[in-house]
Design a binder for this molecule. Structure first.
Ligand SMILES: NC(=O)c1ccc[n+]([C@@H]2O[C@H](COP(=O)([O-])OP(=O)(O)OC[C@H]3O[C@@H](n4cnc5c(N)ncnc54)[C@H](O)[C@@H]3O)[C@@H](O)[C@H]2O)c1
Ligand SMILES: O=c1ccn([C@@H]2O[C@H](COP(=O)(O)OP(=O)(O)O[C@H]3O[C@H](CO)[C@@H](O)[C@H](O)[C@H]3O)[C@@H](O)[C@H]2O)c(=O)[nH]1
Length: 321
């Protein structure tokens, strides 16, 4: 297939792009490089630098769109919600309209666990009520609804993949945000530089008082995109949660980073971050059943791969993680 990957210069998009190319697909990446990196795009894919609101010049001959381009920081969305209405909702509407005009009828969309808000029960299935507690989650949920409506009205075949917390790396393709807000890269930075790491919230109703997340290896996520593309049916919108089914607290991740790198990490405790729920753990059951997808990599491997990518990017020898 010829596939347009929006956001293919970003962290997850660059890994998805490489995996699609390696499966033999013909890939064009559309990315404005606002948070992505030109050199992260696999050299076998074509990179077009531009905004997703004007995708017309790249849609010719495209069979499917994998839509990762977005603003994706929870705290930023609380502080500047309008960036999320414009950057996610309005921009995706423009992309969908251009797809309709060009006759492109398949989309795989990067949704998020943040659509569920404060979870009820131990793990989150796709039937869990959606009640986002921050504008980021609300903007992604609006797009999920947009896709369901486009499937019903215009025959679009769409899949929303609700990722939990992406982590790890594929070779040199690791996380590189500026500023970096994600836990694992921040802990690794502290481990390798001696900087002090921050723990946001020690009074959550969890075993050690820190927030629990379901970390999923970015290479496992990428495989789910391949399966999702194959599963698309016209006029249908399907939703899948992508996680491991196992949660780790910030305190556990801290210990795993110290263990993996062999470095002590100094931490300071801060209040909870705005918009953060206490626990988010996926049920990956539906993806296993309908896509035949199961994550293969655990937290230790994610930390080791993220550490190796970090050091490759900085030209240092691979870390002993
Ligand atoms: N990282 C996670 O844990 C996580 C979890 C759930 C969902 N997601 C979703 O996955 C997707 C990718 O996340 P990521 O962590 O790789 O983020 P990222 O910031 O690394 O990648 C996003 C990419 O999209 C590009 N982009 C943003 N707005 C654009 C626009 N208007 N036009 C063209 N390009 C644009 C950026 O330059 C960047 O390369 C996002 O949609 C995010 O909401 C991420
Ligand atoms: O330096 C840090 C960074 C994070 N945290 C905490 O660690 C947890 C995980 O945070 P982070 O790695 O920033 O991920 P999330 O805020 O959970 O958000 C990610 O995961 C969501 C789905 O669960 C996605 O929707 C988002 O796009 C993605 O950024 C949270 O409790 C944070 O408060 C810290 O304590 N210190």
């Amino acid at each position: 297939m010829r596939i347009l990957v929006t956001g293919g210069a970003g962290y997850i998009g660059s890994v998805v792009t490489r995996c699609l190319v390696e499966e033999g697909h013909d890939v064009v990446v559309l990315d404005d490089l606002s948070t992505g990196h030109r050199e992260a795009v696999d050299s076998r894919a074509e990179l077009v630098v531009g905004d997703i609101t004007r995708p017309q010049r790249v849609l010719g001959g495209v069979d499917a769109v994998v839509h990762l381009a977005a603003r994706s920081q929870v705290a930023e969305s609380v502080a500047y919600p309008e960036r999320y209405w414009h950057g996610n909702i309005t921009a995706t509407m423009a992309l969908l309209e251009a797809m309709r005009e060009a006759g492109v009828k398949k989309m795989v969309f990067s949704s998020t666990a943040a659509v569920y808000g404060k979870p009820r029960g131990r793990v989150i299935t796709e039937e869990h009520p959606t009640a986002p507690i921050n504008p980021y989650g609300a903007s992604k949920l609006a797009i999920d609804h947009m896709l369901a409506a486009s499937a019903a009205a215009h025959g679009l075949g769409a899949v929303s993949l609700r990722y939990f917390n992406a982590a790890g790396a594929l070779a040199e393709l690791g996380e590189r945000h500026e500023p970096e807000t994600h836990l694992i890269p921040n802990l690794l930075e502290a481990a390798f530089t001696g900087a002090t790491a921050k723990v946001f919230g020690t009074d959550y109703p969890t075993d050690d008082g820190t927030a629990v997340r379901d970390y999923i290896h970015v290479a496992d996520l990428a495989q789910a995109h391949l399966r999702a593309l194959e599963s698309i049916e016209p006029s249908r919108h399907e939703v899948f949660n992508l996680g491991t089914g196992r949660g780790h607290s910030v305190g556990e991740v801290l210990l795993a980073v110290q263990h993996g790198t062999g470095q002590e990490v100094e931490v300071e405790h801060h209040p909870r971050r705005a918009g953060d729920p206490a626990v988010l753990v996926a049920s990956p059951e539906k993806a296993r059943r309908l896509l035949g997808w199961l994550p293969e990599r655990g937290l230790e491997e994610m930390i080791a791969d993220a550490a190796a990518a970090r050091n490759m990017q900085r030209g240092a020898p691979a870390a002993a993680a």
